[in-house]
Write a new protein. Structure first.
Length: 468
């Protein structure tokens, strides 16, 4: 079968996608995959030419084009939008592309419409992702299916994954581009646990914020429609050189949230910080929550600096710490001891027994180690703006032993940072001393601290780097 050359296909496909209104694409979660990425994904899968390949939400057909270019002979596509079906057939010259609502129809009915008397070997693609609400609905009377989708996050891509289980052979493969937050957001935990417990995850590839105009980041999740004990997940990331392996992790390591470790060193550091330490929520005796004051004198997030405030003095006594609720990886935690001040809704507050414990925790929160842990393991290396809410802070490992000299030393360092000129050379020197002290508290060795420092230099903005 003759197919277009890649440049010609890419030009015509992009031109077709641009014919859709941006609001329509955002509303329906429709963003087409460029042919280069589709080809890389198909190459990664190593599909046998005689295997049946299906993209059930094929759009203009980039995955179908990629499969054909890779020598696949049994290639099928389904699409709901009429003009997309027409364009896909035109670009791929495939008669096996059909108009079909693959989310609304049961798997067996989709296969029948496509003229298939068996399930597929490979189901690939980039399903739509949009919340199922208001005008975005799935047209089906399959109540059990709708119930499962609702319980697992109520999103179109969730529905696509459930349908994929129905369409793919036992031991067949599913490779989908999905939102990265599927790996850790609580609302998706039902489907996430089902996959961890009943399917074999082959690989997860972090492709970052790949799609222009799409809020959030994406991953390529590839799994086998069966379960294998002692399976190892290969974690990769997209670079200019293609997909690069980062590390492998036993699937049984994950119980719910799936963290993407950039390297074996990160995996090792994470494991080291899990075993011996309690969590922040186990030690902090007071509540963790947002401020509520509407007073004009209340502290706002913008008023807070690291260890101090822009518009008022740091109190000597009290039992509160105020944190900017907006968390940016480039700046890390921005917090100060707040005594008994009032806080607005843009501030996260935690309270503890006395000012000593508050200042000790404040020192931990501002350390490179803590910000490395938050960014990598609580926010899963997300480049989006996050919030310092309880669900994240509560998971920070916290060492508390007020009988050690390091406990007292860290409190004194924090007090010094409160009084030194903000961001002066002396202030940065003291901050570096704080980092070294926290590494000792957590028994982080030189190799581990060097790795953390190097990573944080890549992540944080230049204003937080001491030239020394």
């Amino acid at each position: 079968m003759e197919i277009l050359d890649r440049d010609n296909y890419s030009f015509r496909s992009n031109d077709f996608e641009n014919s859709f209104d941006n609001d329509y694409k955002k509303k329906n979660g429709i963003f087409y995959t460029d042919v280069q990425l589709a080809i890389e994904i198909v190459k990664e899968l190593k599909i046998n030419p005689q295997d049946i390949v299906l993209d059930p939400c094929c759009g203009a057909g980039s995955f179908l084009y990629a499969a054909l270019s890779n020598g696949c002979e049994k290639v099928y596509g389904a699409e709901l939008v009429d003009k997309a079906v027409k364009m896909c057939k035109n670009l791929t010259n495939l008669s096996t592309v059909k108009k079909c609502d693959t989310l609304g129809k049961k798997g067996k009915d989709v296969l029948k419409l496509l003229g298939l008397n068996e399930k597929v070997d490979y189901l690939i693609g980039n399903p739509p992702y949009a919340p199922i609400e208001n005008e975005i609905v799935i047209d089906t009377d399959d109540y059990n299916f709708l119930r499962s989708v609702k319980d697992a996050g109520s999103n179109l891509f969730v529905a696509a994954i459930y349908r994929a289980f129905e369409i793919t052979k036992d031991k067949g493969y599913i490779s989908y581009i999905i939102p990265k937050n599927f790996l850790h957001v609580r609302s998706y935990s039902v489907l996430r646990r089902e996959i961890l417990n009943n399917k074999r995850i082959i690989s997860i590839i972090d492709i970052g914020a790949y799609f222009k105009g799409v809020r959030g980041e994406q991953v390529i999740l590839t799994l086998q429609n069966s379960f294998t004990p002692d399976n190892k997940i290969v974690i990769k990331r997209l670079t200019d050189c293609g997909f690069v392996e980062c590390c492998t992790v036993l699937q049984s390591f994950y119980k719910d949230e799936i963290l993407l470790f950039k390297s074996n060193e990160e995996y090792s550091i994470y494991c080291k910080m899990q075993k011996p330490y309690k969590k922040f929520s186990d030690i902090c005796t007071g509540p963790i929550g947002r401020g509520r004051s509407t007073s004009k004198s209340a502290v706002t997030g913008k008023n807070i600096r690291k260890f101090s405030f822009k518009d008022r003095d740091v109190p000597k006594k009290g039992n509160q710490v105020f944190i900017q609720n907006i968390y940016s990886a480039e700046s890390g935690i921005i917090a100060s001891f707040a005594g008994n001040y009032e806080a607005s809704q843009t501030v996260t507050i935690f309270t503890d027994g006395d000012e000593k414990m508050c200042r000790y925790i404040l020192g931990i929160l501002h350390s490179r180690l803590c910000n490395f842990y938050l960014y990598k393991f609580c926010y899963n290396s997300s480049k989006l703006t996050m919030h310092t809410d309880r669900k994240y802070l509560a998971n920070i490992p916290l060492v508390k032993d007020d009988t050690t000299k390091e406990f007292s030393q860290l409190i004194e360092v924090v007090k010094a940072l409160e009084t030194l000129e903000y961001m002066s050379p002396a202030w940065f020197d003291m901050l570096n001393g704080l980092n070294e002290l926290v590494y000792r508290i957590y028994n982080i060795d030189e190799n581990e601290s060097a790795y953390i420092d190097a990573e944080m230099l890549l992540i944080q903005s230049k204003r937080w780097k001491n030239d020394k």
